[in-house]
Write a protein that binds this ligand. Sequence first.
Ligand SMILES: Cc1cc2nc3c(=O)[nH]c(=O)nc-3n(C[C@H](O)[C@H](O)[C@H](O)COP(=O)(O)OP(=O)(O)OC[C@H]3O[C@@H](n4cnc5c(N)ncnc54)[C@H](O)[C@@H]3O)c2cc1C
Length: 393
Amino acid sequence: MDLRYAPEDEAFRAQVRTWLEKEAPAHGAPPPGDDWPARRAYDTAWQRVLHDAGFAGLHWPAGFGGRGLPATQQLVYLEEYARASAPYIGVNFVGLMHAGPTLIAEGSDAQRAFHLPRILRGESVWCQGFSEPHAGSDLASLRARAERSGDEYVVTGQKIWSTRAQVADYCELLVRTDASAPKHQGITWLILDMHQPGVTVRPMRTIDGESHFCEVFLDGARVPVENRVGAENDGWRIANVTLRFERGTAFAQHIIGMRSAVLRLAALARSRRSARGTAWDDLRGRIGRISASVEALWSLTQMCVTEAERTGIPSPLGSAVKLRYSELSQEITGLTLRVIGRPILGAGDFAGLRTAEAVRDYLWSFQTTIAAGTSQIQRNLIAQRILGMPKSR
Ligand SMILES: Cc1cc2nc3c(=O)[nH]c(=O)nc-3n(C[C@H](O)[C@H](O)[C@H](O)COP(=O)(O)OP(=O)(O)OC[C@H]3O[C@@H](n4cnc5c(N)ncnc54)[C@H](O)[C@@H]3O)c2cc1C
C-alpha cells in the first residue's frame, strides 16, 4: 500500500486550502449549543456554501449532485478541513455520512435522485431510528412494527437516542415487518418523513446540559411503499451496510481532527507549570505516543476509505477504526483536563484557557465508546469478522 498522495491530489489540496482559508472564517461562529433550529440553519447554510463551491459529496456520484472524485481527494479534503477548523456539519451527520451512502449502495434510482442532491445542498436533514428502549446492542430485537395498508406502511413503536431528530426531515428507520420470522429476517429499512402527525419527537438532556438526542414516538405514522429501501424483510442486511459506513468512514473527519487536538494539548502542556518545570516535561512521552497512535489510526482510516471506494461498502475493519478512535478521543480529552488542572472546576474560561470547551469535550467523549455500537460489540465484531474467531455460546 502506498500512502503517499499523487501530484494531482496535492494540487487539489492547494485549491481546497486556499478556498477554506478565506471562506471558513467568513461563516462566523456557531450558535449556542442547545439552540437546535439555529444550529440547523448554521450547518445547512455552510453545507450550501460548500455545495455551491463544488466541495459537497466529493466522492458521491456526479449524476446525483456529487463530484465523483477519487477517495484520495476526499482524504486530502478532510485533512485540509480539519487544518482550517472549518465548521462541523453536525446536524446532517446521518444524511451525509451514512443515510446518503446507504442510498447510493442500496436505494432505488428514484430515491437517489430525490434525496442525494437535497442532502448535498443542505436542504434536508436526516436522523437515525435504529435503537429502541429494549434494542441497542441487540438491535435485531427491535419491536417497532410496520403493517402494510395499500401502498403504505403504517408504523407504530418507539425509537430512542435518535441524534438531532428534533431538527430532522427524514429518518432512516428500522421496523419489524414479519413478527413470525426469525428476528434478523423480519426487519425492513424505511425512509420516514418526520413531518407528519404520527411522529412525536421528545429531546433528552445529556450530561453536558445539551439535548443531542431524542425519543421518537411513532403512532400510525405512514411511509409510502416506494420509500422502502431494498426488499421487505431484507432490512437487517441493509442496516449492516449503514453500520459499515457509520463505523468505517463516518468518523474520518473526527479522527483527523484529533491531530489538531494533540497539537493543542502539546501547546497547553508547554504553558502549564509543574514541579519539574512544565507539564510538557512530565507528559511529553505520553503525548508523543498519543500522537503516533493518531497517525497510525489515520493510516487505518485511509485504508478503510480507499477500500470502500473499491468495494462500494466499508469492510468490517471499520470496527477496529471506531474502537481505537473512541479510546483515543477519551484519552486526549482526559489528559487535557489533567493538564489544565484545578481551573476546570470553574464554570467558565480561566486565564486564557478554554476550560469550558475542554470540560464539554471531555464529557462528550464518554459517548464515543457507546454510539454506533459499544466497544464490547466492536470487540466481538473484530473477533468474529476480522480474526475469524467463533461466536461465544
Ligand atoms: C451519542 C450517541 C448517539 C446515538 N445516536 C443514535 C441514533 O442517532 N440513532 C440510534 O438509533 N441510536 C443511537 N444511539 C444508540 C446506540 O446505538 C446505542 O446506545 C448502542 O448501540 C448501545 O445500546 P444500549 O444503549 O441499548 O446499551 P445495551 O445494549 O443495553 O448495552 C449495555 C452494556 O452491555 C454491553 N453488552 C451488550 N451486549 C453485549 C454483548 N453481546 N457482548 C458484550 N457486551 C455486551 C454493552 O457493551 C454495554 O456496555 C446513540 C448513542 C449515543 C451514545
